[in-house]
Unconditional design. Sequence first.
Length: 170
Amino acid sequence: MSERRSLRTQVEQLAREVAKFGAVGGVGVLVNLGVFNLIRNHTELQVVRASIIATVVAIAFNYVGFRYFAYRDRDKSGRTKELSLFLLFSAVGLVIENGVLYAATYGFGWDSRLQSNVFKFVGIGIATLFRFWSYRTWVFRTLPAREAVETAESFLADSRPEDRPQSARK
């Protein structure tokens, strides 16, 4: 029964994490697309360059949102390492996101405003999968003490007399 409860707890925690990541990421997507379209509509900058600038702005916004909202309960020691890893994985995400847009624009000639936004959005989606995995695995790591407390709590719950069969109590 405790394995079932533990699995349920892990699934609930993952669901909460995905929801928080999605909330920050959703606003980040709006920032990204908003800045992209603002630059695209008011400057003569090439589409991929405008997209890279928009992605960098969204990365800065997202770091603040992830650190102080989505992952505020995670380890806060080693901020320099955290920020370095965040920027590294964000840069990989930037390449993924803008690589899709680059391929669509220069590989296939799909460069209307609508097509650029569609492929920018597709690139964001693909990069988001990578970012979620990398941020939760390497950047905003779970506190080791929290894992130890959860393990201890589940151990204690398993050893409570009221949880054991009557014949095993004494």
